[in-house]
Design a protein around this ligand. Structure first.
Ligand SMILES: CC(C)(COP(=O)([O-])OP(=O)([O-])OC[C@H]1O[C@@H](n2cnc3c(N)ncnc32)[C@H](O)[C@@H]1OP(=O)([O-])[O-])[C@@H](O)C(=O)NCCC(=O)NCCSC(=O)C[C@@](C)(O)CC(=O)[O-]
Length: 305
């Protein structure tokens, strides 16, 4: 099988993972998580989000998170920015790169960022201009690539269309978000095929959620097709506040285990990520959603009594 020879893992736990938590999370816990992930060898970490704190209260302390982290050379600390207010906050906080986020579903766009897809593209334009002037890379998300919590199935052609617009506008990478995890290898394949007619494969990422247990299968299929960038979240933390029922992102530990099995270089210390996951789960009082972390942490592997 001709897989890409290396892989980029984008760790979204501190942002996508924590944004959906119900209980307050101390800035110190967020900072410790980001530091543990960079120490584990992760090179791209979404450390926060500069959205309206009234919409997503868990991301309100993102300035403090960026101020508190121990920056590691060679690590890119990214932030989500929905508009120019968010972009300016992110730059002031010292984000190395930003991400804008559109959707392939009109209803999701309205619920998530309070505007239509077209209006969102207009809002992103000044971010792209300002980012270019300041040499800040901009990543583009397209949510609901397989299904939408409000509209149901989404046409792959719509995903290709929105991806094309973001790529043409200057995003260096397009992350295809299976927001509610309804995708299966067959429809993820179709989405990638069509989107690849507009955006080169090496500029595409898959952002898989594991709601239906399909995330690793979807990543494997995308990887077979030549996609080499995968978003994941330590301990499988996450969900989306505007996608009811969306469970966590695919766990970083599970992606690393898959890559180890395939003999693909990734530069990340699995055990260190498991420890980072254990610590944040202890702070949150929740159980890791990573099957690999759970299997490797159990005292008697394979014992199912
Ligand atoms: C986009 C907005 C801001 C529009 O929200 P809006 O209410 O339409 O904004 P507005 O421009 O009308 O402004 C209203 C107020 O918000 C303030 N405001 C405006 N912008 C900001 C900002 N950046 N930071 C701080 N404050 C801000 C603004 O200053 C004003 O304050 P006021 O005058 O009333 O005092 C809002 O809808 C929002 O913040 N949405 C964020 C939703 C969100 O974060 N969703 C989760 C992330 S997306 C996701 O998880 C999917 C993804 C990426 O992971 C991929 C996948 O899985 O699919």
């Amino acid at each position: 099988m001709n897989f890409p020879s290396s892989v980029k893992i984008v760790e979204v736990g501190p942002r996508d993972g924590l944004q959906n938590e119900k209980q307050p999370i101390a800035v110190a816990d967020k900072v410790a998580l980001v530091n543990a992930l960079s120490n584990a060898g992760l090179k791209f970490i979404e450390a926060g989000s500069f959205v309206n704190p009234k919409w997503v209260p868990q991301m309100a302390g993102s300035e403090e998170v960026f101020a508190g982290i121990a920056r590691k050379a060679g690590v890119s600390y990214a932030a989500l920015t929905p508009n120019m207010v968010g972009f300016e906050r992110a730059i002031a906080a010292g984000a190395d790169e930003v991400a804008i986020f559109a959707a392939a579903s009109e209803a999701f766009s309205q619920k998530n960022i309070n505007c239509s897809i077209e209006e969102s593209i207009e809002r992103f334009a000044p971010i792209l201009t300002a980012a270019r002037a300041q040499n800040i890379p901009v990543r583009g998300y397209v949510s609901c690539i397989a299904g939408c919590p409000y509209e149901g199935d989404i046409a792959p052609s719509k995903v290709a269309e929105v991806s094309d617009i973001l790529f043409q506008a200057g995003c260096y990478e397009i992350s295809l978000g299976d927001t509610i995890g309804t995708g299966t290898p067959a429809n993820i394949e179709r989405v990638i095929e069509l989107t690849n007619k507009k955006v080169p494969l090496e500029k595409l990422a898959l952002h898989a959620h594991d709601t239906y247990g399909q995330a690793i299968a979807n990543i494997y299929r995308a990887f077979q097709m030549g996609v080499s960038v995968f978003d994941s979240s330590v301990a499988g933390l996450g969900g989306c506040p505007y996608a009811k029922g969306a469970s966590g992102n695919v766990a970083t530990e599970d992606v690393i285990y898959l890559l180890n099995g395939l003999g693909i270089a990734h530069g990340v210390d699995l055990q260190a990520v498991i420890t980072a996951g254990k610590n944040i789960c202890a702070s949150l009082g929740r159980v890791s959603q990573s099957k690999v972390a759970r299997a490797l942490s159990s005292e008697k592997p394979g014992n199912c009594t």
